[in-house]
Design a protein around this ligand. Structure first.
Ligand SMILES: CC(=O)N[C@H]1[C@@H](OP(=O)(O)OP(=O)(O)OC[C@H]2O[C@@H](n3ccc(=O)[nH]c3=O)[C@H](O)[C@@H]2O)O[C@H](CO)[C@@H](O)[C@@H]1O
Ligand SMILES: C=C(OP(=O)(O)O)C(=O)O
Length: 443
């Protein structure tokens, strides 16, 4: 069933509770966008606390191909956009399929060069992930979009002008697209039904430091007044709340006790509520260098019902790691995934390990969602507790990969987890962290 062995095969000896302390750094879903924003400045930017993950490497490479000089001084990433230039199409296309971030180069490159070529996007395979909202928004700013053999070609023969937009769904990426384009467009842009995830608010803070004028109104309305020039920024990103939740789920699933330094309560409130209702314990330390300690307090975990959703809902990227903990809860848990159409495929591997998870096309949550009538398997019922056994696993995507890893750590016996390189896309030093937490793993 599995493909041939590769060098990214991890052998996991399960059954040891994870115990100890680790630290998370800047959020993957902010840092990469902050790097793109540096293209808009007329002076260098400094980005602190940048994790060493694959998505950062890809964006760094793309920026360098466009003439941005990027240095790592050990403390911060310095991004100097003094000589932005067109990149070679073949060189950019080396990164086709590696990340979703290239689509966010559109606005900044149109402002700087009047043209952008965007390679095919990558990212997790958790649904079709169209970019129609992005392209529609760019067209409304005045961009011309053409699909060519070499990728998307964008031009703006008459410049970019502020506009009134309403997103059909509060997409994170499309909101970022609008922000990165509107900040230097001519006139005012009003965006309705915008995403307001903490990473978006952090991007707005960073753009404001550069000189942008952005107001966040109630009811998902963001107003941006275009300016003629932006400078550089010095910014410390918000911590990676997805990584924090992943380690929390790992602590709970293995019966462990993990302190995540750098974790911030304010970004995690919805997760913390579910974590507690499942029976997990946590304490928050707000002092500098503090974080959140997550542990299994003993006794049975409790089944729960959860629905993923846009912020301030339960984040879709928290779903896969947490489901492993739900396999250990007594009773029937229900998960309704409302952000991505196909984010439950990973559950078959958990069933292979001994979990009992049944997936459904119906909306099993309180609110019928966009996927209910479209035949997507997007709800799950998890019956627990189940004893998990080691297995041969192949990692399908980033968060599913981490959930496989947690399941292997919680299982009795040995698991062989193939494709762990994918985890490096969003988790810095995860092998070192696992070892620090006492996991028995060998690459
Ligand atoms: C790099 C990054 O930040 N990735 C995050 C970002 O992804 P990303 O920005 O790609 O996610 P979106 O919020 O855009 O996607 C949400 C939903 O909108 C749909 N959609 C989106 C754009 C579009 O043009 N058309 C369309 O139909 C998507 O298919 C999906 O069903 O937000 C997601 C939702 O919090 C997170 O899971 C990802 O970790
Ligand atoms: C879906 C994710 O990321 P991306 O949008 O980069 O694929 C994720 O981080 O879980």
């Amino acid at each position: 069933m599995n493909a041939p062995l590769t060098d990214d095969l991890l052998t996991v000896h399960g059954g040891t509770p994870l115990q100890g302390e680790i630290r998370v750094r800047g959020a993957k879903n902010l840092v990469s966008k902050a790097m793109v924003a540096a293209l808009l400045g007329d002076a260098p930017s400094r980005l602190f606390d940048v994790p060493r993950i694959r998505d950062v490497e890809v964006v760094r490479d793309l920026l360098e191909l466009h003439g941005v000089r990027v240095y790592d001084d050990g403390d911060a990433l310095l991004l100097d956009p003094a000589n932005v230039e067109r990149a070679g199409v073949e060189e950019i296309n080396v990164h086709a399929g590696s990340s979703r971030i290239p689509i966010l180069f559109c606005g900044p490159l149109l402002h700087r060069l009047g043209q952008a070529i965007i390679p095919d996007l990558g990212g997790c395979h958790i649904g079709p992930r169209p970019i129609d909202f992005h392209l529609q928004a760019l067209r409304e700013f005045g961009a011309m979009v053409e699909k060519t053999d070499e990728g998307l070609l964008l031009t703006a023969p008459h410049g970019l002008r502020g506009t009134k937009l309403e997103l059909p769904f509060p997409s994170v990426g499309a909101t970022e697209q609008v922000l990165l384009t509107a900040v230097m467009a001519d006139g005012v842009t009003e965006l309705r039904n915008a995403a307001v995830e903490p990473e978006i608010i952090d991007l707005i803070c960073l753009l404001q430091k550069m000189g942008a004028i952005i107001s966040v109104h109630t009811d998902r309305v963001i107003e941006i007044e275009g300016v003629d020039r932006l400078s550089g920024y010095a910014h410390r990103p918000i911590p990676d709340r997805i990584e924090v939740a992943s380690w929390a789920a790992a602590a709970l699933s293995t019966g462990g006790d993990v302190t995540v330094h750098g974790a911030r309560q304010v970004d995690m409130m919805t997760f913390l509520n579910i974590f507690r209702s499942v029976g997990g314990a946590y304490t928050v330390d707000d002092t500098p260098g503090g974080g959140i300690r997550f542990w299994h307090p003993g006794g049975d975990l409790k089944a729960t019902a959860l629905e993923t959703g846009v912020h301030p809902g339960f984040m879709t990227d928290w779903q896969q790691p947490l489901v492993v903990a739900l396999t250990q809860a007594s009773g029937l848990s229900i998960v309704h995934e409302t952000v991505y159409e196909q984010r439950l495929g990973y559950t078959s591997a958990l069933n292979q390990m001994g979990a009992t998870i049944q997936v459904y096309r119906n909306c099993l949550g309180g609110t019928p969602c966009r996927f209910g009538r479209r035949n997507f398997i997007h709800s799950a019922v998890i019956a627990g507790p189940s004893k998990l056994n080691g297995a041969d696993l192949r990692i399908p995507d980033l968060r599913a990969g981490f959930s496989h890893l947690i399941a292997a750590l919680a299982a009795e016996g040995i698991s062989r987890v193939h494709g762990v390189k994918l985890i490096h896309r969003g988790y810095e030093d995860f092998l070192a962290k696992l070892t620090a937490l006492g996991a028995h793993v060998e690459l």
